[in-house]
Design a protein around this ligand. Structure first.
Ligand code: AVJ
Ligand code: FE
Length: 442
């Protein structure tokens, strides 16, 4: 008797935990769209980004696919047919699709959610199916919504018409510690564990944990700041051919780029716009909205290079003194607003030093939060990679076209970031919240 009571109550706990996970994800999505008009939801603000209402419909359809259909046995198709299939309809054409209105899409979202919660009551999550075990597929669907929230914020920063009235909840703190911006720390190298064996929340591309041999290297103690970037800019960084790769120079010429995206020059000072606020560029903050190519040119100018993703992960997670491996730079504690500038509601990067807890074992500040960090690595499968549960999340994108970014941004939800998390994008993209730090050989 005692045993069955225990089993029953752990099932109830799972149901309650998963219900809350999904509820909270949705509350955030709704909060982000509240300031938007029907027109703001419907239009395609930029060819690079979907109309916001497409993200909303796609969130609903992804949830329906995974949590009402694929929870029963074999996964027959990875993504959904129809207007929300991202492969059938590339972003630049999504504005022309027959998309629902605001009320209609909100209705679809809640109708799907009701069916998901009804279904959840009937499932045995511990019957052995790895899709259901420990609620994996629910964590996957929540992370999908989180990731689309960040995508929506990229769109809203690009927004046409009046600026997005960002629903701010927190201000970023003032710097509380001195960080020696521009200086580097040494990582001793060795056979370092990279990736994870986690099957509760991690994506297939983060697995398996494996040892990577690293030479000793040095890495910046902080992300590259606006002050450092302005020094590069004012030293002719954008006109010195030798600092750029061939692809980088071609991008820069075609784009006519001469500063990070959203920057403009007003006399002798640089200004930038962040959603509905425009002001002077704060020299103390990490640079944001740069391409891989700009990051690489800066690094060459500084006599450094970009870290590869293994060096980045080692510097964020590994303690050479003890051999311990951390989930977050600060350790195992789940994120709180004191740990790092994550979770969207500041709607901006913070000055370096604002989060005294955000330091890795070797002393790197700010590896998680503020801005994603470009690495020199192509997005590839780890040795022993096994696709799970569908190829279209990771496998479809493996290859030399994409560069890996690490660490998340202010626009990343905490449930979608950890030291092992791998993001990727084209090296010419900078509507994403992207910055970088440099490394060098020892
Ligand atoms: C991991 C951010 C590159 O947006 O293409 C969303 C996340 N995958 N829906 C993307 C994702 C499917 C993905 N990134
Ligand atoms: Fe998606």
């Amino acid at each position: 008797m005692a045993e069955s009571t225990e089993t029953r109550s752990s099932v109830d706990t799972d149901v309650a935990r998963i219900t809350e996970l999904l509820r909270e994800a949705r509350a955030r999505t709704i909060r982000l769209i509240e300031p938007l008009s029907d027109e703001d939801l419907r239009v395609q603000h930029d060819p690079l980004m979907s109309p916001i209402v497409w993200d909303l419909g796609h969130i609903a359809h992804f949830e329906e696919l995974w949590l009402t259909r694929n929870v029963h046995g074999k996964v027959e198709f990875g993504e959904m047919p129809g207007i929300y299939n991202p492969f059938e309809h590339p972003r630049r054409v999504r504005g022309a699709l027959d998309l629902p209105g605001r009320d209609e899409v909100l209705e679809i979202l809640s109708e799907v959610r009701q069916r998901v919660l009804d279904k959840l009551e009937t499932l045995d999550l511990e019957a052995g199916d790895p899709l259901l075990r420990d609620g994996y597929v629910y964590a996957m669907v929540a992370q999908h919504e989180y990731q689309h929230n960040e995508t929506m914020l990229q769109t809203l920063q690009l927004k046409r018409g009046s600026a997005y009235r960002a629903p701010r909840a927190f201000s970023v703190p003032d710097p509380a510690i001195q960080v020696a911006v521009g200086s580097m720390v040494r990582f001793p190298g060795g056979m370092i564990p990279i990736g994870t064996g986690d099957r509760r929340v991690a994506y297939d591309n983060e697995r398996p944990r494996h040892l990577v041999g690293l030479q000793p290297f040095r890495i910046d103690v902080s992300p590259v700041t606006n002050a450092q970037y302005i020094a590069f800019l004012e030293d002719g960084g954008y006109s010195r051919r030798e600092l750029w790769s061939e692809a980088g120079w071609a991008w820069k010429q075609a784009d006519e780029a001469s500063a990070p995206k959203y920057w403009s020059r007003d006399g002798t000072t640089w200004h930038t716009r962040v959603f509905d606020r425009t002001g002077p560029v704060d020299p103390r903050r990490p640079v944001c909205h740069v391409t891989y190519h700009e990051a690489e040119a800066f690094a060459r100018w500084a006599g450094k290079r970009l870290p590869n993703e293994f060096e980045w992960e080692a510097a964020a997670s590994f303690d050479p003194q003890t051999g311990a491996h951390r989930t977050f730079p600060w350790g195992e504690d789940p994120w709180t607003p004191a740990h790092a500038n994550l979770d969207q509601l500041t709607f901006e990067t913070a000055p370096v030093g604002a989060y005294p807890l955000n330091i890795s074992p070797i002393g790197c500040y700010g590896m998680i939060g503020d801005a994603w960090e470009w690495t020199s690595s192509d997005f590839r499968a780890y040795p022993g990679y096994e696709m799970f549960p569908y190829p279209e999340y990771s496998e479809t994108f493996f290859g030399s076209e994409y560069k890996v970014l690490r660490g998340g941004s202010f626009a990343t939800r905490p449930g979608a970031i950890r030291n092992t998390f791998r993001n990727w994008d084209y090296p010419i993209r900078r509507q994403i919240f992207s910055g970088f730090r440099c490394a060098s050989d020892d």
